[in-house]
Design a protein around this ligand. Structure first.
Ligand code: LRH
Ligand code: MN
Ligand code: MN
Length: 393
């Protein structure tokens, strides 16, 4: 890797400064597996305290200015007030995530349920979340459905797809201008024969049918092993249908480990497609969101680490010598083209990022700054007995 010339360095630094990474409210609360939730001291007890923690992550990193909320985990009496609270803390409410998977009524599905009364209830919750989006000034309605079946013949696959469309169409029609619907997919779990939105193709088909305000959400933990995620990212980008990411790492299933922990090279390859198509710019509309659960590790430092991991992969993707790459590709230089990517991936971008942070007025080492801040001690003292609702809690 040759030294960056000043103009190039400045362009890379500008791109890094303008990247936005959203953290999820549920990652700040206690979580675990179905075997055990290991409670941590100082976890938030309310959505307001989750906002406090998200604001701390933003204050230390400078690039995480919004927090996604999950309803009813983050139920509030007054959502405009909640949004104002976030603004007062220096951040804002990001994606609104309806939750239609944790009530007994949803045993056979939510919006795909064979019972029209239950479909109505689930659809009404989507509409309520559109209103929460309006009240909080959010521009993203982020949908994931646990709907599916366990046995062949359990329900009519095609009929369930039509029910899904009907519900999505109602929510879509209710969305104000400027709001986007992101439809997330997952190939299995909690159902093991069919999921109603198992893959990007199904999500894509529904989004195309709905219109331009509907786009696909790629959760990096929701694919079969061996899936080439950067390939589907490239296809979705080409079709203007990549709405955003739920970043996390997986080794086996929907592990929800820290992004960039299991396979930093995959994260780099994904970011390379983003940068290569000039889709990093906030105006390109790709939402970079984290969706993780920190079961063993302390939550706020884990969230900071995750933000840094995304930044590192982004920086490496920005360092790819596009001219050399195009030249090598055009001349059929297989190894040369691959080497251009590997050169960028192998670069230690931590000094560059430390400088960029200093230019932004944040600490070059946000994790060390967190440990020095005294915040952890304070929340442990203030939040006795805390356990905000979230996964497994
Ligand atoms: C489902 C999922 C979806 C939910 C979140 C808590 O596995 O990825 O995004 O909303 O986890
Ligand atoms: Mn997700
Ligand atoms: Mn998931």
């Amino acid at each position: 890797m040759t030294e960056l010339d000043p103009a190039r360095r400045s362009a890379v630094a500008t791109a890094l400064r303008s990247q936005r990474i959203e953290t999820p409210s549920w990652a700040y609360g206690n979580s675990g597996t179905r075997f055990k939730v290991f409670a941590q001291e100082g976890v938030p007890r309310t959505p307001y305290e989750k906002i406090d923690d998200a604001a701390m992550v933003h204050a230390l990193t400078g690039v995480a200015p919004s927090v996604a909320i999950h309803i009813p985990w983050d139920k509030a009496d007054n959502y405009s007030e909640l949004a104002q609270y976030a603004v007062d803390k220096g951040i804002r409410i990001g994606a609104i995530n309806p939750n239609v998977f944790q009530e007994d009524d949803y045993r056979l599905g939510s919006v795909c349920n064979p019972n029209p009364g239950i479909r109505r209830k689930a659809t009404d919750h989507l509409l309520e979340c559109v209103e929460i989006g309006v009240a909080t000034g959010s521009t993203l309605l982020s949908l994931w459905f646990a709907d599916g079946t366990n046995y062949a013949g359990q329900d009519d696959i095609s009929a369930r797809q039509e029910r899904l469309h009907e519900a999505l169409a109602q929510a879509y029609a209710r969305m104000p201008d400027g709001m986007r619907m992101l439809l997330e997919y997952k190939f299995f779990e909690p159902h093991f024969y069919t999921m109603d939105v198992p893959d990007w193709g199904t999500s894509f088909a529904h989004c195309v049918r709905l219109g331009e305000k509907a786009q696909v959400l790629v959760d990096t933990g929701h694919h079969a092993p061996g899936t080439n995620i950067e390939f589907l990212v490239a296809i979705l980008l080409g079709q203007g249908k990549l709405g955003g990411f739920h970043f996390n790492s997986r080794n086996y299933a929907d592990d929800d480990l820290m992004v960039g922990a299991a396979d930093p090279f995959q994260l780099f390859r994904i970011m390379n497609e983003i940068v290569g198509t000039d889709s990093l710019r906030p105006e390109a509309g790709v939402a970079f969101m984290l969706d993780q659960c920190h079961n063993l590790e302390p939550k706020i430092p884990a969230m900071i680490r995750s933000v840094l991991n995304v930044q590192e992969s982004t920086a490496k993707a920005l360092l790819v010598d596009r001219e050399a790459l195009t030249h090598a590709q055009g001349s059929g230089d297989v190894l040369g083209a691959h080497a251009v990517l590997m050169d960028a991936f192998s670069t230690d971008v931590r000094p560059l990022l430390a400088d960029v942070r200093q230019e932004m007025g944040v600490d070059p080492d946000p994790i060390a700054a967190y440990h020095r801040s005294g915040y952890q001690k304070r929340i442990e003292a203030e939040r006795a007995g805390g356990s905000a609702m979230g996964w497994g809690a």
